[in-house]
Design a protein around this ligand. Structure first.
Ligand code: SUG
Length: 445
């Protein structure tokens, strides 16, 4: 039976804006309070999905979350009409208001960790939703993500959904952005590599000096246990704290793996020689390790260009394509690195540049916008809702965005109750398009 990797992309939400909420994510800080363009953002995301679909890759969508999240603000003791609450929170604390309005659910690489049925002892696809507890605006995503995943992957014969780990600093979990899988074919048993920034449980260790390490080893270990992964094929490696201090807040900003190719910066991990040895031994030389040297690309250029946040995908023909952000073409050193990879002896034979600029300004590149889910044909058929992208759904979503999204948004605009109404109308329509049933709080009133 054919097994494929499906890219589930988050549809960028109607409240996409720049609030400078993510400490340690340099783009988030640099672009705080710029005027955003939610319509352009959502169309850019959809265009990227369309490109993959045209290249024969299975592509699916995940809906944006309900924002502003009034239930959260009410839980904090704000009372009165929705309009009154929004006005009061904005006046009192714009940071809190920004968090309640953030469209950050678009970066679905952080929504969950997913491992295929071929890797688990019970032969099911395992999905652990991330608690995202490092940042307030992201922690708000966990509950809705659980609802969405339970709807789509509802068949317990094929899927095992695990709720987010306890939301506590020792178990801080940011999902697939800190997980790489190496394999020969998608259907074969893989090597699961979990990457963490700190151990958790107050172990003594070298930590980044400036910025937080978001993923803990304890969280990754728990996910591996829950997923019933084979210990001999499961590794836990530490991110270089120096890289985190340069703005590498997730591993997918500094490495990307697909099947038997692993592209990474030489300063991505601690204990690099041991890691390379181990992987070589495990993969019996069929592995293409593509390290990028600091002499060719500084950590600073890696973060600026987001070159490692490219999607590395396998096409029908068996060769691979890199879907890179346009910023990596604009950065001279990153572009040179890409050209060198293309000229080198490895399975990568196509390079496409995509414009995700609106998301990039918040530190989210092409790979952040997608969650990889490896499924057999039977598992694909067992998915509920209309989330697999085809030309008809693509056209329908383009029209939906054109009709409902604003092309200019500042944080202050989100106080407007008319915008809240626009959002509710749009999201209600989206749940019908995607056949998701009732998903949002406002639909239950
Ligand atoms: O968590 N940015 C996100 C970007 C996530 C990127 N994801 C991966 N690398 N997989 C974050 O830092 C910025 C929001 C703001 O500032 O308004 C933000 O949350």
């Amino acid at each position: 039976m054919k097994t494929s990797e499906i890219n589930f992309d988050g549809i960028i939400g109607l409240t996409h804006h720049y609030s400078g909420l993510a400490f340690g994510n340099l783009a988030s800080k640099a672009n705080a309070h710029k005027i955003s363009n939610p319509k352009a953002a959502a169309l850019q995301g959809l265009k990227k999905m369309h490109l993959l679909m045209q290249r024969g890759i299975l592509q699916a969508v995940l809906p944006p979350h309900e924002r502003p999240l009034l239930s959260f603000l009410k839980n904090l003791g704000f009372t009165g009409t929705d309009a009154k609450i929004l006005k009061a929170v904005y006046a009192l604390d714009p940071h809190l208001f920004g968090a309640a309005c953030s469209a950050s659910s678009m970066w679905v690489a952080n929504a969950a960790t997913v491992t295929p049925s071929s890797d688990s002892a019970d032969c099911r696809v395992h999905i652990t939703l991330a608690n995202l507890m490092s940042n307030l605006h992201r922690a708000l995503e966990a509950e809705t993500n659980l609802k969405i995943f339970k709807k789509i992957f509802s068949d317990e014969n094929y899927f095992k959904i695990h709720p987010p780990l306890l939301s506590q600093v020792d178990f801080s979990d940011e999902g697939a952005a800190n997980h790489n899988r190496l394999c020969q074919d998608y259907g074969s048993t893989g090597l699961n590599i979990f990457i963490y920034g700190r151990s958790g449980l107050q172990k003594k260790e070298i930590l980044p000096k400036q910025y937080p390490a978001r993923q803990t080893r304890e969280a990754s270990k728990a996910v591996a246990r829950l997923h019933q992964l084979r210990p001999e094929n499961t590794f836990f490696i530490k991110q270089n704290p120096m890289a985190i201090d340069q703005g590498v807040f997730h591993n997918d900003v500094i490495s990307v793996a697909n099947q038997n190719v692993f592209l990474f910066h030489e300063l991505a991990f601690t204990d690099m020689p041991e890691l390379v040895d181990l992987l070589k031994k495990k993969s019996q030389d069929s592995l293409y390790l593509l390290p990028v040297a600091t002499a060719d690309l500084s950590l600073q250029d890696a973060v600026k260009s987001y070159i490692f946040n490219s999607q590395l995908i396998t096409l029908d023909t068996g060769v691979m394509a890199l879907i890179a952000p346009i910023e990596s073409r604009e950065n001279k050193n990153a572009h040179q690195v890409l050209l060198k990879i293309m000229a080198g002896k490895n399975p990568i034979s196509e390079l496409h540049f995509v414009d995700c600029r609106q998301s990039m300004l918040n530190g989210g590149g092409p790979a952040c916008l997608r969650l990889r889910v490896v499924l057999t044909e039977a598992e694909q058929k067992a998915c509920s809702a209309r989330v697999f992208l085809d030309e008809a759904l693509y056209q329908r979503l383009v029209q939906w965005i054109e009709r409902h999204y604003r092309d200019r948004l500042s944080l202050g605009d989100l106080v407007d109750p008319r915008l809240l109404n626009e959002i509710y109308v749009a999201l209600d329509e989206l749940t019908q398009i995607l056949k998701l049933g009732t998903l949002y709080n406002f639909q239950k009133i």
